[in-house]
Design a protein around this ligand. Structure first.
Ligand code: FAD
Length: 196
């Protein structure tokens, strides 16, 4: 993988940037003037296959150098969107598909689960009940990718096991929580959204 190829993918491909510390109402008090930012992009698993048999933290200098290269490119891309970050970053850490493979047991580091293809959504296999007695499926792969999909997967499996549609229970809870004040002092934040 040449530097230009890495740059092309990291600068032009889809990215997501999140200011994780902004979700913690107590963060500013505990760490005044500081924040944490997460930048995520897509990378092919092929880039990492030569290290797939290595162990976490013992993948070797070449891997560390490649990570440093990726990290620098991602930071450059990040600073294009948030230029005020330039020169203000004290610490960075990069995880790769091998990290996701190690920590989450995803076969090719696919943090968002199965590919979002029509076949995946049409299959009748991805549902709570399996042919194995007392083995049930849940999480993003039985509904759709991401945290919201994983949460809904929990609702679907719980509904199956309890033999009732628990979305109605959740909806009732949401109605009860209408009296809760919006968090983070954001008046535009609807109380219902605090449920999840
Ligand atoms: C860096 C990063 C940032 C992300 N950001 C976002 C975001 O901003 N928004 C969003 O919607 N999604 C995001 N995601 C994706 C999100 O984390 C997943 O969609 C979500 O966690 C899927 O939840 P899940 O419960 O289905 O699976 P997981 O969270 O993967 O949980 C599966 C669990 O099963 C465990 N496990 C696996 N195999 C075994 C086994 N054989 N035995 C026992 N335990 C096992 C794993 O260790 C893991 O704890 C992000 C992911 C990553 C890695």
């Amino acid at each position: 993988m040449t530097s230009a190829e890495v740059s092309r993918i990291l600068v032009h491909q889809d990215k997501a940037i999140g200011v994780v510390s902004a979700k913690d109402p107590d963060f500013e008090r505990r760490h005044p003037g500081r924040s944490t930012v997460e930048a995520v992009t897509l990378v092919p698993y092929d880039w990492f296959t030569s290290w797939s048999e290595t162990k976490w933290k013992r993948r070797g200098l070449e891997y560390e150098a490649f990570k440093a290269q990726l990290s620098a490119r991602l930071q450059t891309a990040l600073e294009q969107y948030v230029p005020q970050l330039a020169g203000k970053i004290d610490y960075t850490e990069l995880s790769t598909p091998l990290s996701t493979q190690h920590f989450m047991n995803c076969r090719h580091g696919e943090a968002y689960g199965l590919s979002a293809t029509p076949e995946r959504f049409q299959t009748r296999v991805l549902r709570p009940k399996t042919p194995i007695r007392n083995l049930y499926l849940t999480g993003q792969d039985i509904v759709t990718l991401g945290v919201a999909g994983a949460m809904l997967g929990g609702v679907v499996t719980a509904s199956y096991l309890l033999r009732r549609n628990i979305t109605a229970d959740l909806s009732k809870r949401a109605t009860r929580r209408k009296s809760v004040k919006p968090v983070l002092g954001d008046e535009s934040c609807e109380p219902e959204s605090a449920l999840v």
